[in-house]
Design a protein around this ligand. Sequence first.
Ligand code: NAI
Ligand code: MG
Length: 482
Amino acid sequence: MEFGHYIDNARVAPTTGERIEVVDPSTGKSFATIARGNATDVQTAVWAAQRAMGDTLDGPWARLSPVDRSNLLFAYAAAVVKHGDELAQLEACDTGKALKTARADASVLARYLQYYAGCVDKLHGETLPYASGFTVLTIREPIGVTGHIIPWNYPMQIYGRSVGASLAAGNACVVKPAEDASLSVLRLAEIAAEVGFPSGTINIVTGFGGEAGAALSANQGISHISFTGSAVTGALVGRAAAERHCPAVLELGGKSPQLVFEDADLEQALPVIVNAIVQNAGQTCSAGSRLLVQRSIYEGVLERLIERFSSLRSGPPSIDLEMGPLVNAKQHARVRSIVEQAETEGIRIAARGQIHPEASHEGYYQQAVLFRDVPPQSQLAQEEVFGPVLAAMPFEDEAEAVKLANGTQYGLVAGVWTRDGARALRLARKLQAGQVFVNNYGAGGGVELPFGGVKASGYGREKGFEALLGFTALKTIAIKHD
Ligand code: NAI
Ligand code: MG
């Protein structure tokens, strides 16, 4: 199978003819190739998107009425539901994620499209009280052509939240999916064409980050860029955008803490805490990768987690265990080296999960690992591992819990487990994070809930109505009539 780019509602071969192998992480074997895009391919896609917008919002996409745009997005959501199994299979082969996770991703994508479809005809400006003799109003216009650089961990969800919001605001999109996970995104662009999006509305250019991704962030025709990925690459994208005064939304991962107080409901907390680090084999920006437990219950909590971690299994997507393999050889080596380094530093492993006997030795499998008494300044406590590796550490009191929780460069999300309502509110305000969850973690996804980081976790907000506003340009019109 040879996949091309998808531009102007058609498959397009890469200008150089060069290709990238598509590897199944559960076997380490290549089963297809995608196009290795470059700046020329990106430019072709940007021109297609510009034609869909037109010079004065008179292109075939931009001139659609809000209700027509909304109906197309609803039809897109319905088509995603219809193709849910196919998309999930494709994603599982490409990324190694367990099928149930891939299926959930497809339904969340559909939900994003529905949510933003429902927003289109509620996105309006205001009239502003001003000096006598004036009428002043604001209108929310599309920004133009938006660029989307998508990582490999949740391609469908991230496509949904960023492309969905951008389309709802009336923009046309150029998407650069990750070189390790482009297949679902390519299929999604085809499905969009099938439901009737005009040519050029959604364009996909595949390729390496340093080539196609860098070309997209530097392209003069891109008026807004959304990026999800590492803090290092995020800085490159942000810099390229700043040089041409292009707004950017950067979502750069985290080292998110879960704080468990002695009055917490552990029956409720523990399964959620485990899921928050093993979901998608730990390759989740908002993974709960640090576990801070009040000392009086620390040993008891660890004992229960040891039992659970020892039974966690990694295996091929087809047998649908708690975890699939990691996405590629590079991530596999990276996670293993962080685990080995922590052991070398004398940090104790309290429990390890299992690798299923049916898992291929060539696959990128990583057991779940629970580390205990992790020193707060160690690499393990500070750096995003992006694997099923939980760093547990004790704290004495609320003040120490806050200090530890805020003591990394990141600030994406945080979880607080306590039955004391006043404490929950106090902590929710003191924690440096874009989202704080009390007695839950992630609120079940929450497409409606604004999401994004502080500090090195990035800036700008995705999801919810907030993200939609970010994809608009606000124009103020002042009319003097007296
Ligand atoms: P990355 O940040 O380099 O890749 C993410 C996306 O950016 C991919 O589509 C890639 O092609 C693109 N990209 C890479 N270099 C680029 C450049 N110079 N200009 C424009 N786009 C570029 O992340 P990578 O190397 O795949 O993973 C490394 C680490 O990043 C992971 O271990 C994890 O810690 C973090 N990460 C965080 C994610 C999140 O959800 N916040 C997602 C993926 C990775
Ligand atoms: Mg792959």
